[in-house]
Design a protein around this ligand. Sequence first.
Ligand SMILES: NC(=O)c1ccc[n+]([C@@H]2O[C@H](COP(=O)([O-])OP(=O)(O)OC[C@H]3O[C@@H](n4cnc5c(N)ncnc54)[C@H](OP(=O)(O)O)[C@@H]3O)[C@@H](O)[C@H]2O)c1
Length: 223
Amino acid sequence: MRVGILGAGAMAEALGGGWVKAGHEVLIGARDAERAAELAAGVGARAGTLREAAGFGDVVLLAVPTSATADVLAAAGAADGVLDGRTVVDCTNAFVPDEAAAEGGPVSFVLSEDAVAERVARLVPGADVVKAFNLCAAEVWAGPRRDFEGRALAVPLCGDAPDAVSRVAGLARDLGLDPLPAGGLARAKYLEATSVFVVGLWFGGHDARAAFPPLEAAFAEVD
Ligand SMILES: NC(=O)c1ccc[n+]([C@@H]2O[C@H](COP(=O)([O-])OP(=O)(O)OC[C@H]3O[C@@H](n4cnc5c(N)ncnc54)[C@H](OP(=O)(O)O)[C@@H]3O)[C@@H](O)[C@H]2O)c1
């Protein structure tokens, strides 16, 4: 599959590098041509402009800060229909430190924007947007180990178009991950909020995983 990536940062490197290793053609596009070329060379991908990346991918990963989303999609040619008919993967997170948090209290973050994926979808009305890969750090997606306690790491996917969700599910499997369809794009806001919460736990030195029972114990006591 052809994957275009908008942005040449940690997520572009982690996911793009994994997809190159899995045999996909990847083109990394950025506003800084030198940065795109350097990153692409490091992972065995091609480099180009934002517009070239958008026009290259059957799947296009949006991997920039949420504050840059509108500018980046404009530079990618969204208004000219460059992304029409493509699957856009939104891995972005919009969180900032919680200024209202009590001094000395738990580390916490808040959303700087609600429902980012739905805003992305409004900016690319001819594309199918899927929220994915926002829950874990780039280092996790890049790491060689994809399973914990004997289970493959799951990647919740939220999107409205079944074909697009299934395309992204395939890309998750290619990274050794377990795709987990989690509803339509309107549910992506919960994935975004979940990320804010668990990252706060991790930064505070707590194991987010410890707060959730296994499925068989979710509604009943299991002995
Ligand atoms: N890193 C993680 O662990 C992680 C995990 C989950 C989700 N995410 C989310 O994934 C997205 C990307 O994260 P990242 O860590 O890869 O970011 P990053 O390393 O900071 O890279 C961001 C990329 O966006 C580009 N960019 C920033 N502002 C821009 C603008 N106004 N116009 C054009 N390009 C712009 C940067 O270009 P320049 O180099 O030219 O500034 C860079 O190529 C973010 O929304 C983040 O919240 C990150």
